[in-house]
Each structure stands twice: as C-alpha cells, then as structure tokens.
Design a protein around this ligand. Structure first.
Ligand code: SF4
Length: 689
C-alpha cells in the first residue's frame, strides 16, 4: 500500500490528505500535516473518496465521450476524435453565424485544478474571442470579491485560516462553519479554548452559536441594518482607531453620516435584536487586542450582499484590524476551488492574476503571450445572466465545465426553459449531472485523485494535488486541460501542453501575484500564499503590511449604505421565508459526495425542510412527515424536520437534492453589483401531505 499526498476536494479549507492506495484502488484516507488542518479531517475528507473506485454509484460516472446528433435523440458513445469534431464544428458554426459573444463558458470551482481553469479561460478568450466565462463565485462569494476589491484592493481573505485560533475575538457573521468548513470550525473552537471571545450573528442557533459569548439571532434579511448599527456604536462611543482612520482610510465623513441614524434602537425593529446586546457585541469586538470577521453565504447570497461586505470591511478598517497577524476580513470560500477559479481568471471581468479586461496593457501582455491579435475589452456575461441572455437570443451555445446549472442556479424552471433554447450544450464533467442529461456533447474528464494540479485554499494558499491512481481501465477519460486543448486545436488554435506544470509555468510568467509560486516550492506539504512575486519570496500569510491597501489611493475605503429589505415578501399565501443552507455530509451539487457510501448513509434522499415547532403547529406539520414546499415558482416534496434551532417565520433547505430541489423555489433576484442571487430569501408555504 502506498500513501499519496493531495488536498481534500470538498471545501476551501484545503486540508492536506493522504490517500491510501492499493492495486490502483483508493482504500482509505488519513489526515496529513497540512498548514490548515494539521493532521485533522472532517467526515468528507475521511470518507469522500470511494467514488474513485467506481463502486456503489448512484449517478453513473462518465466513461465515454457522447454526442446527441439530434435534439430529442439518444446520447451515443463515440470516439474522442468524433466527439471533438462534432463539438468544435458546431461551436465554429455558431461563432461564425452569431459572433463570439453568442458562446458562454464556465470555469469549474468543483475540480481542484487551477491549470484547467487557466486553460478554460484561455480557450474562451484566445480561441472563441469572448470574455463570457464565469464560475460559481457568481452564486456564492462574488459579493466578497466585488466588495473587498473596492474597499481594500483584494477580493480574498486578508489573513490565514491558521491564524484564527490565535485571534482574541471572532465575529462570525452569516457563516455556519461547522457545516461548511468543519476544520475552520475547529479553529474557532481552539480560539475559544485559548480564551477568545466569540460573537455569532445568525438567524439560526448554529453549532458555533453554542460557543458564542454573544449570539445575535438577527432576522433574515437584516444584515445591512446590523452592520450599520455596529458602525454607529463604534463612532458614537469613540471606539474606533482614530489614527488608523485618519492615516489609512478614506470616506470617514460620508460613512459617519450614513450610519448616524442606525442606532441599535432604530434598527431593533428591522433586526429583531436587543439594542443593548448589539452594543455589547461590538464593544467586545472593538475592545479586543486582535479581532477578525469571518463570513459565509449568510452574507453573500442576498440582494444587498456587496454593500454588506463593504460594511464588514469597514468595521475591520475603523477598528484597525487589518495589516497585521491574527486580524482581518475572512470571506471563507465554500466550493473547494472557487478561490482558484477566480485566481485563474474564469470571471467575465478579470484575466488570470486579477488584471481587469478593461486594462489595455494587461490585454496586450496576454494577447502577445497567447499569440492572438487582441483580447476583448468588454466585460462578459456572468452565470446568472445566462438564462436571460439565452431568452433574449444573445447566447446560443453553452460550454459547461464542472458545473451543474440545472441543479444549482436559482429558479430552475427559468433555467430549464432557457437551456431548451440553446443550439449547443457541451458538458465536461465526471458524472452524469442534471445538465449533462440534456447535453448535446459530453466530455468525460478525469477526477481529483486521477490527475495532478494546483489548488487554491480560501486563504490564497496554493497547494499541489498529486495523482493517486489511474482512472479505471474502462474509463475513456482525459484531463480537463487536455480536452480544452483538443477543442482549441480543432478550432484552429495551436494549444498544446504536455503536463500541468507547463501550464502553471505559463501562468506564473504572466501574473505578478503568482510568479514565485513554483511547483518545487509547493511540493509535498508546501503552501504558498499569494502574493508571491518572486521565486525567493515565501508567500504572504497576511495582506496589507504597512497598512498599504491595493486601492487606487493606497487607502482603505469606508462604506455604508441604507438597508434594503429582501425583494420578495411573505404574505397570507406564502407566509414563510425560505433560506437555502449547507449540510455537513454533502457538497455542491452532490455528484461527488452523493456517490460515496459513508456520506450517503449520513444523509440520504430526500432532503429536508427545517421548520420551527411553533410554525409546524400552526401549519399542521408533523416531524419527519412528507410535506409540499411551494413558492410562486414551483413546488417540491421533502421531509419536515422540526427544529427549535431555527427561528420562527423562516424555513431552511439544503440545495443538493434532486428530489426536494430547493432551487425550484428560489428567486432570480440578484445583487445589482455582483449579480449574486438572493438564495437566502423567498416566500414559501409548507403543507402537510
Ligand atoms: Fe475537506 Fe473541508 Fe473537511 Fe477539510 S474541512 S476535510 S477540506 S471538507
């Protein structure tokens, strides 16, 4: 038996893992001594590998390229040559007829490969000639990127996951660490054991709330009001760092004026919180020697998410909790490699290394390196634009790589209606996802464990994933970067790589942020956090040293906004607010974890809707009974889970399930800046069957 070191593929914590391999089968996993996990793993790390052995699969693994010659016809297994010829000739014809911007592409946050994402965006920009490429950051932490890029100049965590346990105060805002990133939750627990104060802001009494010194069960949809109330108290009570504000920030007078009316008393009706508790919480944060703010999708999946991110960033700024160890702002990325997908430029507005597509010098640099005349300067479409742009006739083809929009996008009836209008759907994946089931072309790819690559943790840490096994002998699969390269060559562009390292080295040569992050430095347990500008640079565990921010003025921007209520309102017909959440045993669209026997046992179909016992009584719902959950957009069957850890008036569903798919119910209401959907709120009713 051999041990192969790699990185767990199930969240942005980036835990190092040893896969135990015998006779080309993975037979177990154990924690390795990585920077973020120090030998520990959660359930998904320990048990999330057996799909690699192609056993007990609920969803078939994709083993052969397939094409559907006619809509409504059957998928037909074909050779790689035929599949590539079929897909590339159709894509070329669509490009010629409607132009490059009629083609949409995705990067993949679900794979572990930064190299594959780099190649996917290069395919979009250099081969197709469009910036229409996006990744699931659009539907999760897009607001964190947009907000923090504006206020501080970088869209990622300012400090490291491993610093959390040495922080004196942790403000956990809209972030269920125990279910999303169990190893981060362990860090919070360790901080508590070392004497840190913990403040939790969440409508539900989540696991971390049990550790909290102060728990603020705010009403769903009131984030901005609470953040403004925190700022109001800091300013009114003079609890802010005056020297930091004067020398290293800008916009204080506007900020102060905006939050002036948001006293804890004024916001009490919006948030449902005791004003005195709000005061105590922010005094605790401001009074700590070091303090950090961690947030998740309880902040970002709202129609006012970017404003709230900027507001949280401003709390860190005015208290001077930036630019040193054990402080900072922490948007903890959920999908394992969403940080990497963004780092690699699978975004419609940035090239790899966060160069804006509007930056003429950057475009020229990339165009020259890629041997093309130019790169388009217009921002492309985002994932949540897709259904609308298809229905407007602007998108005709969609090349979906490692995503499952027919499961994960909001308002699925709209998505299905739009996808039916496409002239070409290409899906590149490892499983027969819901989107693959309607595709015209399926490209089967190698999985985590079957290839080498570099992965980005949520705290900007690059790590190497090593190949543990060959794909099973009957799997005619290829690496994602190789598939995109074959498509490029078939479309007349000379893209050829021999291995992932060649791709990584090309990327390093183009991006100052990553230039020094060599494969050698990342070998084995190596962990290199960007910025890493030169080969003798060790990487950057915390940003903004010297209180210099990467904004145009070099100062941190302070920002507050008026609170806006969620778009959809509850009423007599739909009296409950639905919030979508995570569950610890499953990940993303569940295609990987749903095919691991231990994780299946932990949580099997159908999913559930968490209902407060008082609401259950009111609507005649019994615990564990089957119920209909309906919104103005759809209706699903699921099982009721009566739970007094949820707040009255709200119900909660996880989004992984084909039966009980909560995105049949969610609403396509987007944050106006990041275009992230308001997955956390729509009006529903729950009825006994
Ligand atoms: Fe994997 Fe995340 Fe669990 Fe670590 S915390 S073992 S990276 S799922």
């Amino acid at each position: 038996m051999k041990k192969v070191i790699t990185v767990c593929p199930y969240c942005g914590s980036g835990c190092k893992i040893n896969l135990l391999v015998k006779d080309n089968k993975v037979v177990g996993a154990e924690g390795a001594n990585g920077v973020t996990n120090q030998g520990e793993l959660c359930l998904k790390g320990y048990y999330g590998w057996d799909f690699l052995n192609d056993t007990k699969l609920l969803t078939p693994r994709l083993k052969q390229p397939m094409i559907r010659r006619q809509r409504g016809g059957d998928l037909e297994a074909v050779s790689w040559d035929e599949a590539i010829e079929f897909a590339s000739s159709r894509l070329k014809a669509i490009k010629e007829k409607y132009g490059p911007d009629s083609i949409m592409l995705t990067g993949s946050s679900r794979g572990t490969g930064n190299e594959s994402n780099y190649v996917a965006q290069k395919f979009a920009r250099a081969v197709i000639g469009t910036n229409n490429i996006d990744c699931c950051a659009r539907v999760c932490h897009g607001p964190s990127v947009a907000g923090l890029m504006t206020t501080l100049g970088n869209g990622a965590m300012s400090n490291s996951i491993c610093e959390i346990e040495d922080t004196k105060c942790i403000l956990v805002f809209g972030y269920n660490a125990a279910d999303s990133h169990p190893i981060v939750a362990r860090r919070i627990l360790k901080a508590k054991e070392k004497g840190a104060k913990i403040i939790v802001c969440d409508p539900r009494y989540i696991e971390t709330a049990r550790l909290a010194d102060i728990f603020l069960p705010l009403k769903n949809g009131s984030n901005m009001a609470l953040v403004n109330a925190f700022a109001n108290v800091l300013i009114q009570e003079g609890l802010f760092d005056k020297e930091f504000v004067a020398n290293y920030s800008e916009g204080f007078e506007e900020y102060k004026a905006m939050v002036a009316k948001y006293t804890p008393e004024y916001t009490a009706e919006i948030t449902g919180l005791d004003p005195e508790l709000v005061r105590q919480a922010i005094r605790m944060y401001a009074g700590a020697e070091t303090a950090t703010i961690l947030w998740g999708m309880g902040v970002t999946q709202w129609g006012q998410a970017v404003d709230v991110v900027k507001g949280l960033s401003s709390l860190a700024t005015i208290t001077g909790n930036l630019g040193k160890p054990n402080v900072g702002v922490g948007p903890v990325r959920g999908q394992n490699n969403v940080q990497g997908a963004c780092d690699m430029g699978t975004l419609p507005n940035t090239l790899p290394g966060y160069y804006y597509v509007t930056d003429a010098a950057a475009r020229e640099k990339f165009a020259k390196a890629w041997g093309v005349a130019s790169i388009p300067s217009e921002k492309g479409y985002g994932l949540t634009d897709v259904p609308h742009k298809i229905l407007e006739g602007k998108i005709k083809a969609n090349y979906v790589f490692g995503e499952d929009p027919l499961q994960t996008e909001p308002e699925l009836s709209l998505v299905r209606k739009a996808f039916a209008e496409l002239e070409l759907i290409i899906v590149q994946d490892i499983f027969m996802t819901k989107t693959a089931m309607i595709a015209d072309v399926i490209f089967p790819a190698t999985s985590w464990g079957e290839h080498e690559n570099v992965f980005s943790s949520a705290d900007r840490g690059f790590q190497r994933c090593y190949k543990a096994i060959d794909p099973p002998a009957d799997h005619n699969v290829k690496d994602d970067w190789e598939i995109h390269s074959m498509m490029a060559r078939a479309m007349g562009y000379p893209m050829k790589y021999n291995n992932a390292q060649e791709i990584w080295d090309e990327l390093r040569g183009l991006c100052d942020l990553y230039a020094g992050a060599t494969y050698e430095k990342m070998a084995d347990l190596g962990y290199v956090q960007w910025p890493c500008p030169t080969e003798d640079h060790p990487g950057t565990p915390w940003l903004y040293e010297g209180k210099k921010f990467d904004t145009p003025t070099g100062k941190a921007l302070l920002f507050a906004a008026e609170w806006r209520a969620p778009l959809e309102k509850v009423d007599a017909d739909y009296p409950l607010g639905l919030c979508t959440v995570r569950e610890v045993g499953h990940y993303s669209c569940r295609s990987m974890t749903g095919n691991c026997s231990a994780l299946q046992t932990l949580a099997d179909e159908p999913g559930f809707v968490q209902v407060h016992p008082e609401d259950a009584k009111k609507f005649g719902i019994k615990d564990q009974s089957l119920v209909w959950v309906s919104s103005r957009r759809g209706k699903v069957i699921t099982r009721a889970n009566l739970n007094n850890r949820v707040n009255q008036g709200a119900v909660y569903m996880t989004y992984q399930w084909w039966i009980g798919a909560c995105n049949e119910l969610t609403v396509d209401h987007l944050d106006p800046i990041s275009k992230t959907p308001e997955y956390k709120y729509c009006a529903v009713k729950v009825e006994a069957i």
